[in-house]
Write a protein that binds this ligand. Structure first.
Ligand code: GSH
Length: 244
């Protein structure tokens, strides 16, 4: 059987897209990268992946549509079993941790950066690889961030809850590292899923002290060295970020 043609649809700043890109690279699979424009991406994704499938990433395996990061990693494992993304002896726990990363942690990689940018909108330019925005750019960012809060259903109350709950989530990741489920010499599916979200959180100066020195901080730095974005510390209102 010839190798199938792989086409990956992404949005540039998306962390689950980075998870999938890293998995394709780990498997040594060649793929075409289609970078979509935020906004029009929903229509394009639905057209390619079917009704209701508006989010990125999506992968076409020839004509087969695979939508969502965890489904894509499972499909890649079938296409190219070695090197495995679910190596023994922890295959089941890696799968479980990957799903936890998708369901319990991944949203924080959207809500916390958009949340912080409300207070520091001029920093939005850094997520595209540029510097701080000028006043005209900041006017644009203020509108964009406001729309993003609405889209992601972010409220100040939700944001404060997310921040209060973050240390417990980081403790869970540290425990997975201690058990050998995460943090090995080669990245598994859970390292890539959880690591991509933690990498986004490292771009928030307010959160770096919470992560520094933890075993969990090694995973994002190792597998996602370059990840644009920097919101200077002091963005979130005082008292919202738990003490390190
Ligand atoms: N859990 C899904 C979530 C995908 C997701 O929400 N992707 C975001 C980018 S990080 C997206 O497409 N956002 C734009 C939108 O919701 O329209 C996955 O891992 O594939």
């Amino acid at each position: 059987m010839p190798n199938p043609t792989l086409t990956l649809h992404v949005l540039p700043p998306s962390h689950p897209c980075r998870t999938v890109t890293a998995a394709l690279e780990r498997k040594g699979l060649e793929f075409e990268l289609v970078t979509l424009t935020p906004g029009p991406h929903t229509e394009k994704m639905e057209k390619v992946y079917g009704e209701g499938n508006t989010t990125v990433p999506g992968l076409l395996v020839d004509d087969e549509r695979v939508h969502g990061s965890t489904a894509i990693l499972a499909r890649l494992e079938e296409l190219a079993p070695e090197p495995s993304l679910y190596p023994e002896p922890h295959a089941d726990r890696i799968r479980e941790a990957e799903l936890w990363g998708d369901r319990e942690l991944q949203d924080l990689g959207r809500r916390l950066p958009w949340g912080a940018l409300h207070f520091r909108p001029e920093a939005m330019g850094t997520f595209g690889g540029g510097g701080l925005l000028d006043p005209a750019g900041t006017d644009f960012a203020i509108k964009y961030v406001r729309a993003s809060w609405k889209y992601h259903k972010i409220t100040a109350e939700k944001l404060a809850d997310d921040l209060a709950g973050l240390p417990a989530k980081l403790d869970h990741v540290d425990a997975l590292v201690a058990d050998g489920v995460l943090g090995g010499d080669e990245p598994n599916a859970a390292d890539l899923q959880i690591g991509a979200t933690l990498r986004v959180l490292l771009n928030l100066g307010d959160l770096r002290p919470l992560l520094e020195g933890r075993p969990s901080a090694e995973i994002p730095r190792r597998w996602f060295a370059d990840y644009p974005g920097d919101v200077p510390a002091g963005a979130f209102p005082s008292g919202w970020v738990p003490a390190a």
